[in-house]
Design a binder for this molecule. Structure first.
Ligand code: ZN
Length: 138
């Protein structure tokens, strides 16, 4: 079995101006549960994970104007930001992505929420979708 085999969507990332203002759609209307909230200082982000079956919705709120999420919201408004696939080995994924012509946004994994290690692939090489590869669990 290849170490890149993915068996589920880890999460779908949605950029919002305010988790506090947007979370009620998921909790009150869809009656879903917030698993955890976390501040990712190094990425200038606050995230909240909403559990939906085997997967989660990740709400991303910028903590400063220099955050990538701020830029995204300024350009395109709130909305779907990325799709994350769960994989076994993010280091191998970076090597494989380069070999196969996809462009990782960094050469080394970053720390994601929980105990995860992550890397993003540039949307220009993935049909316009920002793809996050996630090793580990939240
Ligand atoms: Zn994500």
């Amino acid at each position: 079995m290849s170490n890149l085999k993915t068996e589920k969507i880890d999460h779908i990332g949605i950029a919002v101006r305010s988790i506090g203002e947007r979370v009620s759609f998921f909790t009150d209307f869809l009656e879903l549960e917030v698993l955890n909230e976390e501040v990712l200082e190094e990425r200038g982000l606050k995230v909240a994970f909403v559990k939906i079956g085997e997967t989660t919705i990740e709400l991303l709120e910028p903590l400063s104007d220099s955050s990538q999420i701020s830029e995204f919201i300024e350009k395109r408004g709130e909305g779907i930001h990325h799709i994350a696939f769960n994989i076994d080995d993010v280091d191998a994924a970076i090597v494989s992505a380069k070999e196969k012509g996809y462009t990782p946004l960094s050469d080394t994994p970053s720390r994601g929420a929980g105990s995860t290690r992550i890397v993003f692939l540039h949307p220009k090489t993935t049909g316009g979708v920002l793809v996050e590869l996630v090793e580990g669990s939240h």
